[in-house]
Write a protein that binds this ligand. Sequence first.
Ligand SMILES: C=C(O[C@H]1C=CC=C(C(=O)O)[C@@H]1O)C(=O)O
Length: 503
Amino acid sequence: MSTGIRARPSSPGWLDDRTRELLRDRLAEAVRRARAGAGAGARGLRVPGRPAEPRERTGEALAAVTVRLAAPAPDPTAVVVASRRPGEPWFALEQPDRDGTALAALGCVRAVEATGAERFAAVSQAWQTLAREAVADPPDGPAGSGLVAVGGFAFAPRGGESPTWTGFAPASLQVPEVALARRGDDVRLTVAALATPDDDPAQLLARIEARLEELRPARELPLLDPAPAGRYRVVSAMPPEHYESAVTRAVERIRAGEVQKVVLAREVQVHAPVDHDPGAVFGALRSAFPGCFVYAVGRGERTFVGATPELLVRRDGERASTVALAGSTRRSADPAVDDHLGEALLRSNKNREEQAIVTRRIARALHPHSLWVTAAPEPVVVRVANIQHLATPIRAQLSRPLGAMQLADVLHPTPAVGGEPFETAERLIPQLEGFDRGWYAGPVGWTDTSGDGELCVALRCALLNGPVAHCYAGVGVVRDSDPAAELAETEVKLQALLPVLAG
Ligand SMILES: C=C(O[C@H]1C=CC=C(C(=O)O)[C@@H]1O)C(=O)O
């Protein structure tokens, strides 16, 4: 079994001999488990959508090994961007201001997809089954270290079915072949493989080693072209008047008592003279929005990328944290005016109500699963480069072991992106907006084998496809919303992406 392995050149700098031996043992054990699972006669959970029985064996097992990289470690996302094979899936989620927190992932050894209302349950069940059978280190080190599943969800149960969103299923988690997690200067590399009964552990190891040999220890992301030539066109997918009239109609429904709040979005496209460069866009976003969750999900030729201030949920053991974010105003370069705008936001009844709706719903959603839920009594103003929001941090002590993906199911969509009551808003949103939101306003993030994880709400985003970028921005419409002001607020939100994309 080991002759072929020893003949291969080693991958200096990534795995030492001891770790390679450990990985080889784990791969052999994973193949044994896969054979035992297949031998037990259970059908594999190849296609998600059907919940597994607790003891179901699947005829497949993941194996992984995690190492701490020696300082100075490379930059996780830069490694992934520099090492990506054409069309290979990739993922990154960073919050630079939180001690350089980053998780970047490359390749896919096992995909889990689902559609429909049960999509969260289906993928989280499939992941739990895979995690239980996995031969891997227990999570240790920066959050996201070790064997993980990364990906995201469309806003709607069947969202993303339009051709624009090809490759982005309504629920899509992937177990990457390579993942790098960072906090401070602690960077952990995890490599993974999926074993099935017919696999040869030596070949699995050889595949991982080949992958490692292609990994480039990059420290920088590519830069945006400093002097772009050619014509960039920024166009509203539908005329701005369409959006204003959607807001007017939503206000009518609210005043008629049908619904309290509806979030309505619009799409703006950037047509560039050359293909957009996802790595450079990610790099520009993380420099401009270091306090935000900067994310990218690459599927085939397309990349969904953005910088959002909104955390959907962080699950850390028995603790769940989230934030109710809603109510917005612009920023000013003049600090006194900026402060004034923030204070006015805090005093604005319209924005306070918009925000309180979100806080109440999140607390209500968490209560049945928690020993306690605590929300700050008053919202605070949160500032990012182009906008300020009202935010109420919320924490809960879980009373049962719900994983990050299950918590996302409990919380998504909050009225920050959906509406209240959601059952009515859910019908109104596609009717009034008139387009497929795809993954805009859906959860994007990761989970590990213990169920910990983090998902942000994919706002301030663009779907890049060659020279075209589809950008999305929405606002919470309430009784006192003014259509022109709401249109202007979408423009403020679009300023997160447009300067980066439009040359
Ligand atoms: C729906 C979006 O933002 C939400 C999050 C924060 C503030 C919001 C607002 O003030 O309307 C929105 O609820 C978006 O950016 O597309």
